[in-house]
Every structure is written in C-alpha cells, then in structure tokens.
Design a protein around this ligand. Structure first.
Ligand code: NCD
Length: 357
C-alpha cells in the first residue's frame, strides 16, 4: 500500500487521473480512514452501515437541547468552506446544517463571479487558498474530475485539508447516493433490508450523477436487481454497465415505466439534466412517458417507495406527495443526518458519539 502511495505521489495530475480508481482511492485515505470523500466506490458495505448507525445515533442525540448543545462542541474547533460554483439548494443547505450541528464555523463561496477566479485566478489556486483558512472543503463543481483534482492537489501540499464531493459535473454525487442508501435502508428495515430488492431508476440516466453514484453503491448488497428506464437517447452509460457486470449485479434497460412498475421495490425518479445539452437537443423531446402520475400508484407494490434526489419538474405529480410511499421529502432530512455522520466520521468522532449518554 505504501509503495502504491509513493508511486502515485510522483505522478502529475494527468497521469494520476488515468490510473485505475482502486489505486487512486488509496491516495485519498490516511491511516486507514477516509480522508477525502470523492467517489461512491470508497464506501464498502461495512463503512456505509457504520455511517447509517452514526447518523441514527446523532439524530437521536439531537432530539434534546442538551444533546444538540453537546453535538455542537464536537467540532467547534474546526472550520469548513463550502465552495459551490454550480446551483444547489438541498446539498448546500444540508451540508451547512450538518456543519452547524457539529459546531463548525462555516464560510461559503457560491459563484466564481465572487471569487478571484473572475480576476483570472485558476480554480486550483482558489482551492489552495481555502486550505489556508479551513479544515474541510465541501465542493460542488461543474467540471468532472475537478473535486478529485482539488483533493489531489491539497494532499501534496504541507497543509492537506479534507475534501468532500458535493457533486462533480456529470460524474458523481457520492453523498446523495449515501442518503439514498440510508433512505432505502430505513424503508426496508422491516422488509428484509436492501438485499434482493428491485430498484428502478427513471429519467436522464446518461447525465444524472446521482444515478451513477447510486448504481455503484448498490454493489454492496446481495441479489439486487436494477431496472433502468429512460428514453433511448438518455440511457445509462457503458462504464456503469461494465461495473455492474463485473460485480454480477443484474440489470435490464427499458423505455417502459408503467410496464415495469409492479416489479419495483423502489422507484427512483430523476430530472432531465438539460444543462448538459450541447445544442438544446432535449428541449423539444416529449418525456411524459417518464413521469409518474397519480393513476400509476395502484400499479405499485404496497411496501414500495418513491424516491427523487430533487429538484423535480414534472417527473412526479405533486398529488403523489401525500402517498405514504413518497419518500423524497424524508430523503432531504436523511441527507442532513448522513452528511453530519460523514463529517463526524472523517474527523474521528464516532466513538465519542456512541459513548454519549
Ligand atoms: C441533484 C444534483 O445536483 O445532481 N440534486 C441534488 O443534489 N439533490 C439532482 C439534480 O439536479 O437533478
């Protein structure tokens, strides 16, 4: 392991980025603990379930004022920087709230137009600057690989600070996948857990980073089946299919939402990611066959759940919000708790949290 690390440390960014992910992952851990959270593939089942436990413990402690006050002492000596240069509501606010729950002081930049990047400073120099002031950088960026590059860069400076990926281009959104898994874990706790469940993902599977990150995490469970439902043009990419085949996860592709509903334990709806259009190519396409409507509910299993990373457009009829199977508003809350758990874990706080009484 040490040898790999030394080898990787001698590479320039282009060489590093081209090396296999299993190798790169090691570079983002220190002393056997996750140092930077960049990819879903950094979370084996054991670590993921540990985070679920920490999150559940924290939300229990936070029920009382005494507990909440105590949580705020845990990282009161640490500062975080939220650098979100792509639109965000939930991810931003839930990370900010997670930092507040743990007592961290939070700074933020939400646009390159308000940082020195407008004066021509590179994103890399901007990130290095943050490391002078913060112990943790939580970052959302429009460019694939940029969050990883920032973590890579900081790990080679005398002041490496932790980096969390809050969404990187079309590529990954690992903490969304963690909150999706936490939601599945909770919802199926009385129904045999996530093993052997059928998860249907619907919408823009080609450019949706949440679907990609979630697909990676599903490898942690046995007997899971995935049904990918999308228009032909927005099918899931080959790299994900290759990954699923490697880990023998069964999946099918279809363009039939209604016909597949009765088989699904979870229906994960997504928005068309038209910000990635090159020539407005999806503007005039009709996506109504990929919208979940009230009349579809009777086709779904009684104990199934409906998920969405949000924001939604027309993918889920607002009338469905009242159905007990609608889980997307709970996902928002789960996101805050799992992000709190992740930060607490990254700073080695889990034993202190479990010992609270
Ligand atoms: C998602 C994202 O940013 O990828 N939103 C989120 O973080 N909850 C999904 C989306 O924008 O469609």
């Amino acid at each position: 392991m040490a040898k790999n690390k030394i080898d990787l440390a001698t590479l320039n960014w282009e060489e590093f980025y081209k090396s296999p992910l299993e190798q790169r992952i090691k570079f983002f851990s220190k002393e056997g603990r996750l140092f930077d959270c960049l990819f879903s593939q950094q979370f084996p089942r054991k670590l993921m379930e540990k985070l679920f436990e920490i999150a559940t413990r924290i939300r229990g402690i936070a029920k009382s004022k005494e507990g909440l006050d105590w949580l705020q002492t845990l990282l009161s000596h640490k500062r975080s920087m939220l650098y979100f240069v792509q639109p965000s509501t939930r991810t931003f606010v839930s990370f900010q709230s997670a930092c507040h729950i743990l007592g961290m002081k939070v700074s933020e930049i939400r646009s390159t137009s308000t940082s020195s990047e407008l004066k021509g400073e590179s994103a890399e120099d901007t990130i290095r600057t943050f490391s002078s002031y913060a112990d943790l950088i939580i970052m959302r960026h429009f460019q694939e690989g940029m969050v990883e590059k920032s973590a890579w860069l900081l790990n080679s400076t005398p002041r490496p600070v932790r980096v969390i990926n809050g969404g990187s281009g079309k590529d990954q959104h690992p903490t969304q996948a963690l909150l999706d898994m936490y939601t599945l874990h909770f919802s199926f706790s009385k129904f045999g857990g996530i093993d052997n469940k059928t998860i249907m993902m619907v919408g823009d599977l080609k450019r949706g980073r949440t679907v990609r990150s979630l697909s990676y995490l599903l490898k942690n469970y046995k007997g899971v089946k995935i049904i990918y439902v999308s228009p032909e043009y927005l099918r899931i990419e080959d790299d994900i299919k290759k990954f699923l085949k490697k880990y023998r996860i069964s999946f099918v592709e279809s363009d039939d939402l209604v016909g597949n509903l009765k088989a699904a334990d979870a229906v994960y709806m997504t928005r068309i990611q038209d910000e990635h259009d090159i020539n407005n190519e999806t503007k005039d396409m009709d996506f109504s066959n990929f919208h979940l409507r009230k009349e579809h509910l009777r086709l779904m299993k009684k104990n199934s759940i409906i998920m969405h990373p949000l924001p939604r457009r027309l993918e889920i009829d607002v009338e469905i919000d009242k159905d007990p199977r609608a889980m997307y508003w709970r996902e928002e809350r789960n996101g805050m708790w799992i992000r709190t758990a992740l930060i607490a874990y990254m700073f080695g706080m889990e034993d202190t949290i479990f010992n609270f009484n």
